[in-house]
Design a protein around this ligand. Structure first.
Ligand code: C2O
Ligand code: CU
Length: 473
């Protein structure tokens, strides 16, 4: 059992800088290189170190800060031991740069990925997507934040920026008794990897020193299988759930800020929140996690995430956002038009399990082969309603549809208040739920993946493809 809860400060991954700017045919690209290499992490004092493989040898990888309109080329050089494929989750990348599972780069090779950075400000993340080994590779360190900024977002009143804008990458992991990381591949795990150790930015149960003022936190759940229902308490009175404000989702700012006392986040989802510590000077506050979330298995400390140690006074120059309130409208969210009737379903997909134990989408697995796994051919530019159905058995499946962004609605289960004003690229299909999403299939033609983001399910073939095409289906 890990004993040093809230003893180690939250690590902040380094910012990634471009090596140079390239001009090609009159267009400028920022050029980056990332080396995939091993690192060691001492998690349990006195035991062996865990051997990880991370981007630039850190885990999570370095954080990219991109500006809307500045295109980028990132060379990922594989110095690891396994083939990899890099997916920039949340980007409308062209299909050849989207991290297709079988487009793998072998050890000793590299691939250059082109990222258009044409979308509005949002929290993206880059992670491994290699066929059959995504869980292993992402879990052993190949995951990092990629933050896209735009002038409107940076100018938003009351929205903390810079050092007061902190990424919190959650991951739940499991260790062997010798201190090394438990490997889902060599242990033949086929259902889920819950893990008993909650990490934030790679560190089990860290703390963060904050001042009594406003901060913005960008949550990403990079766990293989664990979802969270996050709430905030002051340690002195930990039965009272404190309010905080949800301001952003997978695809950037919400239409308006929404106050909440609980934030639901499943694998690959991102939510941005603003926490105002100004009335908690000198206190400790903790983000905690509900018990019995989704299908998850709990352990002694999986109800705790990160502690904030609030200083008694503020230091340094005043921050603009501390004297401002968030606007009632954060931005005009481009919801997929037109709003189709709530009863219209263009396609329905059931996420289930076959008799032999494999994970399936409408009975199909990725392994069925290149033609049979293409389950939809949406016409480019069309708006479609997809119904996502949990096939039963007591599992929960966060569903990621590459390329597109969608709005949740018309679900059998309640849409949470902050979800009603959010655009998403992952929707959490919880146990027993049916969820409908509406999306415009654009801007590019091409073959893209959709899958469960429980990475064990994904690796065991709960993944299929759709082909966006100018032709009619
Ligand atoms: Cu975050 Cu297909 O992945
Ligand atoms: Cu699943």
């Amino acid at each position: 059992v890990y004993k040093n809860l809230f003893q180690v400060p939250l690590p902040i991954p380094p910012n990634k800088e471009p090596l140079r700017t390239i001009t090609s045919n009159g267009t400028q690209f920022d050029y980056y290189e990332v080396e995939i290499r091993s690192l060691e992490q001492q998690v349990y004092p006195g035991l062996s170190k865990a051997e990880l493989i991370g981007y630039d040898g850190v885990a999570p990888g370095p954080t990219f800060h991109m500006t809307k309109g500045r295109q980028a080329v990132v060379r990922f050089i594989n110095h690891g031991t396994q083939a990899n494929s890099v997916h920039l989750h949340g980007s409308y990348s062209r299909a050849p740069f989207d991290g297709w599972a079988e487009d793998t780069t072998e050890p000793g090779q590299y691939k250059d990925y082109f990222y258009p950075n044409g979308q509005n400000a949002r929290t993206l993340w880059y992670h491994d997507h290699a066929i059959d080994h995504t869980a292993h590779n992402a879990y052993f360190g190949q995951a990092g934040l990629y933050i896209l900024h735009d002038p409107d977002e940076l100018a938003t009143p009351g929205l903390p920026q810079g050092d007061d804008d902190v990424g919190l990458v959650l991951a739940s992991k499991r260790y062997n008794s010798d201190g090394t990381l438990w490997d889902p591949d060599t242990n033949g795990e086929v259902t889920s990897l819950w893990g008993d150790v909650i990490h934030v930015n790679g560190q089990p149960w860290p703390y963060l020193d904050v001042e009594p003022r406003k901060y913005r936190f960008r949550f990403l759940d990079a766990s293989v299988s664990r979802s969270f229902q996050i709430y905030l308490v002051a340690d002195q009175q930990d039965t009272v759930r404190l309010p905080f404000t949800v301001v952003g989702a997978d695809t950037g700012l919400l239409e308006k800020p929404v106050s909440t006392s609980q934030l639901d986040i499943s694998m690959a989802e991102r939510w941005e929140v603003v926490v105002d510590f100004s009335s908690y000077a000198g206190q400790n506050l903790t983000f905690k996690n509900n018990r019995n979330v989704g299908a998850d298995q709990d352990y002694v400390d999986t109800d705790k995430i990160i502690r904030f140690v609030v200083s008694s006074t503020t230091t340094g120059p005043a921050r603009r956002w501390d004297s401002e309130s968030l606007p009632t409208k954060l931005r005009t969210v481009p919801y997929p038009p037109p709003a189709k009737s709530a009863t219209q379903v263009d396609r329905s997909f059931t996420f289930g399990r076959s008799g032999s134990g494999g994970w399936t989408i409408n009975g199909v697995t990725w392994a069925i082969g290149p033609d049979a796994r293409v389950l939809a051919k949406p016409q480019r530019g069309n708006v479609e309603v997809w119904e996502l159905v949990d096939g039963g058995g007591g599992w929960s499946h966060p569903i990621h549809i590459h390329l597109i962004i969608s709005r949740k609605g018309g679900a059998r289960n309640a849409v949470l208040p902050y979800e009603q004003v959010a655009l998403k690229d992952v929707v959490w299909l919880n146990t027993g739920e049916t969820v409908r999403v509406i999306a415009r299939f654009a801007p590019w033609d091409g073959l893209y993946m959709f899958h469960c983001h429980n990475l064990i399910h994904e690796d065991h073939a709960m993944m299929a493809a759709f082909n966006v095409t100018a032709l009619t289906d």
